[in-house]
Design a protein around this ligand. Structure first.
Ligand code: FMN
Length: 846
């Protein structure tokens, strides 16, 4: 392999990514490196020893995520295998200097396990970190760590490469706000360096004193939750220069003064003028109040105190145009009251942010071009799924499985509706074992796609064939047509089947939207939400409520991005993983799975209520099977939601469906080598699976039953199942089957708790009655400890990662500590070892 000639400004950028986030971050670094005087070569880790070789590189930046139960992404497996070889000498990578950005999710027990392992192994092999490793957490927002980490990378990399510190020539443009009659730019706007940025003398930034300068400080709390934040209008505003200006402070300060010191009558983005202020290097004070009409008044009053609650009640969708046109200046008292109480919301900004200079992310560089072919008709049913691009964690090709049954497992008055679906996989390559999981390649909701098409003004083009290519001469580095788009496609097909339209728009996405927003007030709010200064507002109003593109477009009516930009920014539609809840020994050629139908209410910034992408689709798809009612289909939800092509050409069949009509679902087997029954039948098993987490254990037990039938003389180890739900009679999933298995002696201990039922009696040990599985584990601590520590049991945990799996881990630690009579740290070490030895195995989700 030809090695790159040594250059003193060259970095190798490597990413390990399962669902595309690490890749997107690595691309962002790649796109911006040149502006910082660095040359980068970007590769996926799968290209090890084909396009790069760490044994021959001196300066490498890794961006790597974690998947599965703390495992490397698919594309990093080979790289990790090679790096792990025990025969490698301790100076194997002594020539290598590296920086590492790890991605993970702290809801998983093995937070950032893969980058942590990489960090450790690189150093064991002699490599030296030239910049502190960053661990970004998807549970609280990757950007909190990613943004400052990248910001600091440039300086560290230049230093490492022996380049002089960056001068002020690496700076962004300062954008003056558009002004309207009585709305004026409260603060300057600074773009981070980007290919489209004009270059000015310095990076200017007005920072209100309390404003976070480092996103990491914001983790865990937001200004709008903080009573202190109400006092912002009396605080001092200071002008500071951004880091890159440190060598030239005078110059920057004078520029800042010029750009930002002025007396303004500013209007907040809701169109209600609430402050008269002097924004400049010294002070800011709130002096005047203005009024609003009844309509605005009502909205503002509803937002008082806790605007998130007001939005959640369904009244919080703000139409900025209405606000602006309705405001007038007659009743100062009302606004005074509002001013004291109102906080920010998705569309409403308040000081200090509304008065702040903003540092924006670099403008994403447009790089795709769409050409329509009105003369061409396209049979979308025949297109390969997502352009034939391989699916993450795929152990098989996608197969079309036929739905054979769909059964509601919960009573009508249960809080959640659980569905068991049986799929026929005969005549396919799909062969599974109990404990396996599989991906459902589901489409987006057809109505939601139509809403998006309407909102974007694409109705006339929605079903027209288009082709897509990279814009000639695009400044975007590593620009390529996304592999998950078919070469010939339609807008509807792309939105339905290829793009994750529910993905929470990242700051870069909002930055792109800024460019396509005509209303100045809305534009400013979008700038704020993607700015460094607006990190808390972004978290509170975009990320935490899990907004979709459609919600943002609804809230900002003058924003209308071209379709090409969406192709660039929307991530790939991800298949949804489920665990099988059956055994192939009991159901040859069939598999069962179970899920709750997810309901997401409107409000809190969300324009409309919706169901989960996949669970809602499966529910609608099988409604007639669940209810046995076929006559309703023509008028019912099925008509609007059935997808054409691979999703079953049901649209034509509506109204003529019968029990014999095959209903197919695209699925593929996922790789999972761990969540399996022990091959040794005599090994005890402890299963912990509340709610739908019980799924794999039904499969385990059915399998064991058959195994015992096949080997009647085999000695079977004891089996325990800790199960929990809300109500015995409403949502006890697979109750009959579990009780049957218990009665048959296949399941030796069925330990069930009901979290919402009145306890019948205290526990025998005097402890309060169990509500959750972890309580029951605690009650049976001695047996659990003995089986785990003395009898070689395997502990399986399946279900919610956020609460249950963490609490179970905590209780098991206590059990180990008590049983061994050791310290908590020793107990933790034991748990760690149990996990390493695959005696403590999780299949959990967030
Ligand atoms: C199926 C699955 C399993 C995961 N397992 C872990 C894990 O064990 N530990 C962890 O820290 N994060 C875990 N994560 C979180 C991801 O690492 C995180 O969301 C990351 O941003 C994904 O980056 P990527 O898109 O580049 O793969 C998991 C995510 C998924 C979807």
């Amino acid at each position: 392999m030809p090695m790159m000639p040594a250059q003193n400004n060259r970095l190798v950028l490597l990413y390990g990514s399962q669902t595309g986030q690490a890749k997107a971050i690595a691309e962002e670094i790649h796109d911006n490196a040149e502006k910082h005087g660095l040359r980068t070569d970007l590769f996926g880790l799968e290209l090890t020893e084909k396009k790069f070789d760490v044994t021959k590189e001196s300066c490498v930046v890794f961006v790597c995520s974690t998947t599965g139960d703390g495992e490397p992404p698919d594309n990093a497996l080979k790289f990790f295998r090679r790096l792990k070889k025990k025969t490698l000498p301790s100076d194997h990578l002594s020539h290598l200097n590296f920086a590492l950005l790890g991605l993970g999710d702290s809801n998983y027990t093995n937070f950032c396990n893969c980058p942590k392992t990489l960090d450790k192994r690189l150093q064991e092999l002699g490599a030296k970190p030239f910049y502190p490793t960053g661990y970004a957490d998807d549970a609280v927002g990757l950007e909190i760590v990613v943004d400052p980490w990248i910001e600091g990378l440039w300086t560290a990399a230049r230093k490492q490469l022996g380049l002089p510190p960056e001068s002020c020539t690496v700076a962004g443009e300062t954008v003056a706000m558009e002004t309207t009659n009585n709305t004026q730019t409260p603060g300057g706007v600074t773009d981070s360096v980007g290919p489209d940025s004009g270059e000015t003398e310095g990076k200017i930034d007005i920072k209100e004193e309390r404003t976070q300068t480092d996103g990491t400080e914001m983790s865990g709390h937001h200004d709008n939750d903080n009573p202190e934040s109400d006092k912002v209008s009396e605080k001092t505003v200071t002008v500071t220069s951004a880091k890159c200006c440190e060598d030239n402070t005078d110059n920057c300060a004078s520029l800042a003064h010029e750009n930002n010191t002025h007396s303004v009558k500013s209007k907040n983005p809701a169109g209600v003028s609430i402050t008269e202020q002097t924004v400049g290097p010294v002070t800011e004070k709130s002096t005047a109040a203005e009024s609003c009409t009844d309509a605005t008044d009502t909205e503002m009053t509803e937002k008082s105190g806790n605007n998130k609650t007001a939005e959640a009640s369904g009244t919080g969708q703000h139409n900025l145009e209405d606000h602006t046109s309705n405001s007038n200046d007659t009743d100062g008292q009302v606004v005074d009251a509002v001013k004291e109480q109102a906080g920010p919301s998705l569309t409403v900004s308040v000081p200090p942010l509304s008065d702040s200079g903003l540092t924006l992310p670099a403008k994403p560089v447009p790089y795709l071009e769409v050409e329509f072919h009105p003369e061409e008709s396209l049979c979308v049913e025949e297109l390969p799924l997502q352009g034939g691009c391989p699916f993450p964690s795929a152990a098989t090709d996608v197969v079309m499985a036929t739905v054979t049954t769909a059964t509601r497992l919960t009573r009508h008055d249960a809080v959640k509706t659980a569905l068991d679906i049986e799929l026929d996989v005969s005549n396919t390559c799909f062969k599974y074992e109990p404990g396996d999981s599989f991906g459902v390649v589901c489409p987006n909701n057809e109505t939601e796609v139509q809403d998006l098409i309407n909102r974007l003004g694409l109705t006339d083009h929605a079903d027209m064939t288009f082709s897509v290519k990279v814009v000639q001469g695009s400044k975007k580095r590593a620009a390529a047509v996304p592999a998950h788009l078919p070469a010939r496609c339609t807008i509807r097909h792309a939105l339905l089947t290829c793009l994750e339209i529910r993905a929470v728009p990242k700051k870069a996405f909002l930055r792109m939207l800024v460019e396509h927003t005509s209303d100045a007030v809305q534009k400013r709010r979008l700038q704020e939400l993607c700015s460094k200064q607006g990190t808390a507002d972004y978290a509170a109003f975009i990320r935490e409520p899990n907004l979709r593109l459609l919600d943002v477009l609804t809230a900002f009516p003058s924003c209308c991005p071209p379709f090409e930009r969406l192709l660039e920014m929307l991530p790939r539609l991800q298949p949804r993983p489920y665990s099988v809840s059956s055994s192939p020994l009991v159901h040859p050629d069939r598999l069962h799975f179970v899920f709750n139908i997810v309901h997401i209410p409107s409000g809190n910034g969300r324009a409309t209520a919706c169901t989960g992408v996949c669970t809602g689709w499966l529910d609608r798809l099988t409604r007639h099977i669940q209810t046995g009612v076929y006559g309703d289909i023509a008028e019912g939800s099925l008509t609007t939601h059935i997808q054409p092509g691979v999703y079953g050409d049901m649209a034509e069949k509506i109204g003529q469906m019968s029990l014999n009509d095959p209903l197919t679902v695209p699925i593929y087997l996922r790789t999972n080598n761990h969540f399996r029954l022990p091959s040794d039948l005599s090994a005890p098993i402890i299963m912990v699976g509340p709610g739908t987490g019980v799924a794999p254990f039904v499969g385990f037990l059915q399998h064991r039953e058959k195994q015992r039938e096949l080997s009647p003389d085999a000695v079977c180890g004891p089996s325990w199942l800790f199960y929990g739900c809300r109500h015995r009679d409403r949502d006890y999933l697979y109750r009959e089957e579990l009780e049957r298995l218990a009665a048959a002696g296949i399941l030796n201990h069925l330990v069930v708790c009901f979290s919402r039922e009145e306890p019948v009696a205290m526990e025998t040990d005097g402890a309060p009655p169990a509500r959750y599985v972890q309580d029951n584990l605690h009650h049976h601590g001695d047996e659990v400890g003995r089986m785990l520590l003395d009898e070689g049991a395997i502990l399986y945990v399946c279900g919610d990662a956020k609460n249950m799996a963490k609490d179970v881990n905590e209780v098991i630690t206590q059990i180990v500590q008590k049983y061994k009579g050791c310290t908590i740290q020793e107990a933790r070490n034991t748990i760690f070892q149990l996990r390493q030895d695959r005696h403590y195995i999780e299949d959990i989700w967030t």
